[in-house]
Design a protein around this ligand. Structure first.
Ligand code: ITT
Length: 210
């Protein structure tokens, strides 16, 4: 069997992997999960911005594993809450771990009584690809604007998706077909910007193969 170029996916969130892997597939670059690296480190996300956290997740893991690592930091920024929960989206309700249900409940509570026109929000995704030495080789930040509705609807996507209605649509990401999220989400947009860069890396033989 011929060898294939690969990079490591520096995330513990399987939903991110699923959404990005499909878009990256045409490049032929194999995306190896952190699960295949039992010695991977748990990078501390103590940055003040999505960019700082994403750079940390990619470069610290890359230096540790001596591999190319792709990571992203993402979250939802709600205008009425001055951008909260932002970089704390995964640990909004529980401070140290992710629990989608409690995060969503807390967000609905904080927006109790706020009318629809003031419930504007956007998802942000800051994506970073690091080489095995911890040099940032690619970086982009994309957003997906929309509104937080009054209740959760649908089971599609993950996280805040059942309450998030992207601009231009009448349904939440929880209700919309996954193809729509794959077209317009913050993560999809960032990944599509990454794709031509990956094609170039493969063409120039700069990625490791196995
Ligand atoms: P890694 O750090 O291991 O990648 P994580 O889930 O902890 O995994 P983040 O720190 O970047 O990742 O937090 C992302 C959180 O933001 C995620 O857990 C959701 O609460 C929210 N979020 C980000 N993108 C989302 C999306 O597309 N749909 C719904 N919620 C999203």
């Amino acid at each position: 069997m011929s060898k294939q170029a690969y990079i490591v996916f520096g995330t513990s969130n399987p939903n991110k992997v699923k959404e990005m892997a499909k878009i990256v597939a045409p490049t032929g670059v194999q995306m190896i999960s952190l699960a295949d690296y039992p010695n991977a480190i748990d990078v501390v996300e103590d940055g003040k911005t999505f960019g700082e956290n994403a750079r940390k997740k990619a470069t610290e893991q890359a230096k540790h594993l001596r591999e190319w690592v792709l990571a992203e930091d993402s979250g939802i920024c709600v205008d009425y809450l001055n951008g909260e929960p932002g970089i704390y989206s995964a640990r909004f309700a529980l401070h140290n771990r992710c629990d989608d249900k409690r995060n969503n409940q807390l967000l609905l509570e904080k927006l109790d009584g706020v009318p629809l026109e003031k419930r504007t929000a956007h998802y942000t995704c800051h994506m970073v690809l690091s080489n095995q030495y911890g040099d940032v080789m690619f970086e982009t930040e994309e957003i997906c604007p929309g509104k937080i509705l009054f209740e959760e609807t649908g089971t599609g996507g993950f996280g805040y998706d059942p309450m998030f209605q992207p601009n231009g649509y009448d349904l939440t990401f929880g209700m919309l077909p996954s193809e729509v999220k794959a077209e317009i989400s913050h993560r999809a947009k960032a990944t599509r910007i990454l794709v031509p860069f990956l094609f170039d890396l493969v063409k120039d033989g700069r990625l490791p193969v196995k």
